[in-house]
Write a protein that binds this ligand. Structure first.
Ligand code: GAR
Length: 196
């Protein structure tokens, strides 16, 4: 059996996707090697520490420009020597150089059925557009924000009477199944590619 896929999870806030990812980690699948937060007060960071995970803070407020921030972030990531970097509620736009450096190893979860509703406020926009289906997407990160190749999606039927908050809660529950499932699939593909 090959070693588990080494994952670094990068967060900015609540960390509920981190929690779901961590709860589904298995020795024959993937492991969370480290957690990096762009905010020192992110609730997800407290969870990670309580679980004994190795954490680093790369505080976005300590860097004057995006290039300097991304260089510090890359240094923190590379210290974990990860196979894959999973953005989970990381609320910063990354520079093109950073994204290209990690091409094929950097993935993100987004709360809509991409290519529909890239950007922010996806649930309110989905309700206003009157779509029948909504959901979440895990995709590779490319220089086009929320535009990289799709790895997996989870969908639900929209109730036109629900509020954006209600819809957000239902999509978030889907995210918590989708992200670990995608990671397990990527880990399995890697196992199959490994020499016997
Ligand atoms: C999730 O809904 C995730 O899809 C979204 O932020 C939330 C983070 O929640 N990400 C984006 O909007 C990225 N553009 P969490 O911190 O509880 O995982």
């Amino acid at each position: 059996m090959k070693a588990p896929l080494r994952l670094v999870v990068v967060i900015s806030g609540r960390g509920s996707n981190l929690l779901a990812i961590h709860q589904h980690a298995r020795p024959d699948s993937y492991e969370v090697a480290g957690v990096i937060s762009s905010r020192a007060d992110a609730p997800g960071l407290a969870y990670a520490r309580a679980q004994g995970l190795t954490t680093r803070v790369v505080d976005s407020r300590s860097y004057s420009d995006r290039t300097a921030y991304d260089a510090a972030l890359a240094e923190a990531i590379d210290a974990f020597a990860p196979d894959l970097i999973a953005l989970a509620g990381f609320m910063r736009i990354l520079t093109e150089g950073f994204v290209k450096h990690y091409a094929g190893r950097l993935i993100n979860i987004h709360p809509s059925l991409l290519p529909a509703f890239p950007g922010l406020d996806t649930h309110r926009r989905a309700l206003e557009a009157g779509v029948r289906e909504h959901g979440a997407t895990v995709h590779y990160v490319t220089p086009v924000v929320d535009g990289g190749p799709i790895i997996g999606q989870a969908r639900l039927l929209v109730d036109p009477k629900e509020t954006p908050a209600q819809l957000a809660a239902r999509v978030l529950a889907l995210e918590h199944e989708l992200y670990p499932a995608v990671l397990a699939r990527l880990a399995q593909t890697r196992q199959q590619d490994a020499p016997a």
